[in-house]
Design a protein around this ligand. Structure first.
Ligand code: PLP
Length: 337
């Protein structure tokens, strides 16, 4: 199977499975699970925060973050393309009565500070209370520039807002920029990390922030049914993901650049308008190519990607090798002729 749909499809390796089988566990709702406790303490310290919380998913971590920062009737500013606006079933609005104020992302994934300033509501009874700015890094595979992070911090301080990072793939950003993760995390009041994407753990995310914030998030996690019991089986996989699978993300980025270049050389596929920065490749597909039937054909050979209308998105990860990419390109070309 060669699966380009997402880096969420990565399988836990033999070493990770062994660690999981042997994990010391307890009841994490009583905060008795030594493996979860170890992961949370290590994560807080590693990223320069007071505390951390292990969550069932990135969606849950973002939900808890927004609900812990904001109250009913508050709003958060975010990108129109933000995962926590577009792809999380409207959770903050549905479950927290927190209104999103989405703003169109610029081409590089940032949100213009001028547009943000115009969207911050004055203290007036007509308006929701603007409380939080939520950024995403990477966003659509793009790395937010470091200068932008610094200017966003300055912006929130001037406007008395809090700053959250949806860092589902923040390690891809750090590896690509060749900076320590704290160079990114230091700008934020809270941050999430997905363990179950390119880092290769089977389940889980982390939410990090100060002690009071994590205390509120822990209560909310219980409320939304995310209080897990012997979760240490998952936490040891997460710890291994963070300690052993970070540096290898560079290979995924190299493979993505290779894939983009070779795919772009096939007539009808334009990858050059979407320069690859991390592990996500986009291509526009010409009208003359029926990409949906090609995808169906390749699926019969266990080569999987999700086509959309005149576009394709391919994600590289640890379970797709350079050889797999060559097989995919060869099979794709053969179906076009
Ligand atoms: C995948 C992802 C999430 C959500 O993670 P799940 O674990 O799938 O819920 C949140 N934000 C971004 C940017 C993501 O890519």
């Amino acid at each position: 199977m060669i699966d380009f749909r997402s880096d969420t499809v990565t399988q836990p390796c033999a070493k990770m499975r062994k660690l999981m089988a042997e994990a010391p566990v307890g009841d994490d709702v009583y905060q008795d699970d030594p493996s979860v406790n170890d992961l949370e303490v290590w994560t807080a310290h590693r990223h320069g925060f007071e505390d951390a919380l292990f969550t069932a998913s990135g969606t849950q971590a973002n939900l808890l973050a927004i609900l812990s920062h904001c109250e009913r009737g508050d709003e958060y500013l975010c990108g129109q393309q933000a995962h926590n606006y577009k792809y999380e079933a409207g959770g903050a609005a549905v479950l927290g009565s927190v209104q999103p104020q989405p703003i169109e992302n610029e081409k590089d994934g940032t949100i213009s500070l001028d547009k943000l300033a115009a969207a911050v509501k004055p203290d007036d009874l007509h308006f929701a209370r603007t409380r939080l700015l939520s950024l995403e890094n990477t966003i659509g595979g793009k790395v937010l520039p470091m200068e932008y992070l610094a200017s966003a911090r300055k912006f929130v301080d001037e406007h008395n807002l809090l700053l959250h990072l949806d860092g589902a793939r923040v390690y891809n950003a750090a590896v690509e920029l060749n900076v320590d993760i704290t160079e990114i995390s230091k700008y934020f009041d809270s941050m999430t990390i997905c363990l179950s994407k390119g880092l290769g753990a089977p389940v889980g995310s982390l939410l990090i922030g100060d002690a009071d914030f994590i205390k509120r998030a822990r209560r909310l996690r219980k409320m939304v049914g995310g209080g897990m019991r012997q979760a240490g089986i998952l936490a040891v996989a997460g710890k291994m993901a963070l300690t052993e699978n970070v540096e290898r993300l560079a290979q995924d980025h190299d493979n993505a650049r290779y894939l983009s270049e070779k795919l772009g050389a096939i007539p009808g596929f334009n990858t050059f308008i979407y320069p690859v920065q991390t592990n996500i490749v986009y291509a526009d597909v010409s009208q003359s190519i029926d990409i949906k039937s090609i995808a169906a054909e390749l699926q019969k050979e266990d080569i999987i990607f999700s086509p959309s209308h005149k576009c394709m998105r391919l994600v590289t990860h640890k379970d797709v090798s350079r050889d797999d990419i060559n097989v995919f390109l060869e099979r794709l070309e053969s179906l076009i002729d």
